[in-house]
Design a protein around this ligand. Sequence first.
Ligand SMILES: NC(=O)c1ccc[n+]([C@@H]2O[C@H](COP(=O)([O-])OP(=O)(O)OC[C@H]3O[C@@H](n4cnc5c(N)ncnc54)[C@H](OP(=O)(O)O)[C@@H]3O)[C@@H](O)[C@H]2O)c1
Length: 361
Amino acid sequence: MSEKKYLRITERMALRAVGTTYPNPPVGAVIVKNDEILSRGWTQRKGVPHAEIHAINQIKNKRDIEGAHLYCTLEPCSHEGKTPACVNKIIDLKFSKVIISQVDKNPLVNSNSVKKLRSAGIKVVIKNFGAQTRNLNNVFFKSLNNNKPFITLKIASTADGKIATNLHESKWITNSVSRMMGHKLRSLNECMIVGTGTIRKDNPVLDCRLDGLDDRSPDLFILDRRLILKRDLKIFGNKNRKIYVLYSDKIKKKTPKLKNIKYIKIKEVKYMLDIETIIKKISNLGYMRVLVEGGAKLSASLLNKNQIDKITWFRASKIMGNSGINAISDLNIVKINHLKKFKLINTKTIDNDQLSIYRKK
Ligand SMILES: NC(=O)c1ccc[n+]([C@@H]2O[C@H](COP(=O)([O-])OP(=O)(O)OC[C@H]3O[C@@H](n4cnc5c(N)ncnc54)[C@H](OP(=O)(O)O)[C@@H]3O)[C@@H](O)[C@H]2O)c1
């Protein structure tokens, strides 16, 4: 098999880990000897072990590794974190060649491992391989170097862009397959932000309810500026996820100390929690992938500050008319050249619904 074919396999391994590895990037690795795959690895839950170590751990007799080739979507780490540096293990086990898709732009690594491997006599090839690999790595680089997570806005609306009736009925506008895809999207993100309006009106759970992925519900950031949400709401029911309740720095109330719910004060600006402070906070906690499922005001706040990187918009072939709630509330746009611009990157017909995927321009 060619190097590219093995790198394609590492890409598939990395994709398995998306949404589960924060604060580490999802990485894939394959160990090959005499053109035979000895093992495959991917970054494990919460980022440890790293993909290379996961692959190495699956080989019983470590002596078999001598002379093998290691393929990775990202340069192995050269620094000690929760685990020792992977590069030392690669040298100790006497791999003869390391083929990577991209060098790690993390300032703590930044080609250090490439140099260290080469000076230990191990051949290193850098391929800049694969659009999906580059996308995965870029999310990590951006979160690290720009303090900005990748934010996806998911909307489920009528064809005329309404997300609920005026009586706040929203179940169900789109079909069951679209809704399953929505659950999959949750499993691919590490956390979600949700507005108080949606919680008060819908009392949602916002978990991942797909068989086999039901332990992959993202952590939650709830915007409860005035600390008015009652703890018997369904959203607080799942004890297996972290929940952050964000509230205004103007509130003097004492907040309880709980195991899975953390209260964080956020600067209030014009009766809203400051959205840029929230995003920085989320990034500082190590989250790289954030999903937003509305409501209308939260979506508008994020769009206003140009924080949305991708929109996944499911539209049912149904019309609600003027009396429904718009997917996005006021953006105060009066000039055409102030429109928020996106690039349509994919469309799909899902039975009688239409899915459009947009990326920030
Ligand atoms: N079909 C769908 O995909 C979908 C998805 C989600 C929601 N919905 C529908 O959307 C409706 C709720 O939307 P909504 O616009 O009323 O509520 P929302 O966007 O969920 O929440 C907005 C509220 O969050 C608080 N908030 C604090 N800081 C904020 C900030 N920086 N930006 C935005 N909000 C902030 C404010 O309440 P305080 O004044 O209390 O601070 C604000 O009124 C419901 O009817 C729900 O069914 C539909």
